[in-house]
Design a binder for this molecule. Structure first.
Ligand SMILES: N[C@@H](CCC(=O)N[C@@H](CS)C(=O)NCC(=O)O)C(=O)O
Length: 201
């Protein structure tokens, strides 16, 4: 499998999950603005949406959308307990988190990285994000991981977007449960390895 990524982008989430599964894969860097991979291949031909992440299989098939990719990968290695089994409430609670992170957090960040976005809209988004992270912080109280006992695909995704909050200096420094959870995730060897492979450590 090939995982197409940009350093520090939302593709960090499936990158972490891939390493946590122990599956074999090749990491391919993409320049989405140019629409090219690092081997000068036409990335838009592979993923017409033009975004990362994308996962390409050896037979040429492609899977896009980070939340779909991490579920697929986790289900390949159920023994790693990155996603609870089909039918268990824990699975759907994890999916609820993936949806929240995607719809409420990830996509509130996207305009903050864009050019030509009015400053007052950026300020509003930042305020809303701090309120959302306050709720996430309350959910992490007394928990080791987001879903409790196991590190899951939701931790990998939340870690990815929380890194952005830090880099944008959002006022989340007082959220103690979020801060200690973030350190726990960062200390995982596969997370450190993903950051190093993306040139982020
Ligand atoms: N819905 C997609 C969104 C992916 C997405 O927003 N990717 C961003 C990076 S976080 C991207 O490729 N941005 C580059 C660009 O827009 O050119 C998913 O969740 O996988």
């Amino acid at each position: 499998m090939k995982l197409f990524f940009m350093p520090g982008a939302c593709s960090l989430s499936p990158h972490i999950v891939m390493l946590e599964t122990g599956l074999d894969f090749t990491l391919v860097k993409v320049d989405t603005a140019a629409g090219l991979t690092e081997q000068n291949e036409n990335y838009r031909q592979l993923n017409p949406k033009g975004k990362v992440p994308a996962l390409q299989f050896d037979d040429g098939n492609v899977l896009t959308e980070g939340v779909a990719i991490v579920q697929y990968l986790a289900d390949l290695k159920p023994d790693r307990q990155l996603l609870a089994p089909t039918g268990s409430l824990a699975r759907y609670q994890t999916l609820a988190w993936l949806n929240y992170i995607s719809a409420e957090l990830h996509k509130s960040f996207s305009p903050l990285f864009g050019e030509g976005v009015p400053d007052d809209y950026k300020t509003l988004l930042q305020q809303q994000l701090v309120e959302k992270f306050a709720w996430v912080d309350s959910e992490l109280k007394d928990k080791q991981w987001l879903l409790g006992l196991h590190f899951t695909v939701a931790d990998a995704y939340l870690f990815t977007v929380t890194r952005w909050a830090k880099s944008l200096k959002l006022e989340i420094g007082d959220f103690a449960s979020l801060a200690s959870w973030f350190q726990r995730v960062a200390a995982r060897p596969h997370v450190a390895a993903a950051l190093a492979a993306e040139g982020l450590s």
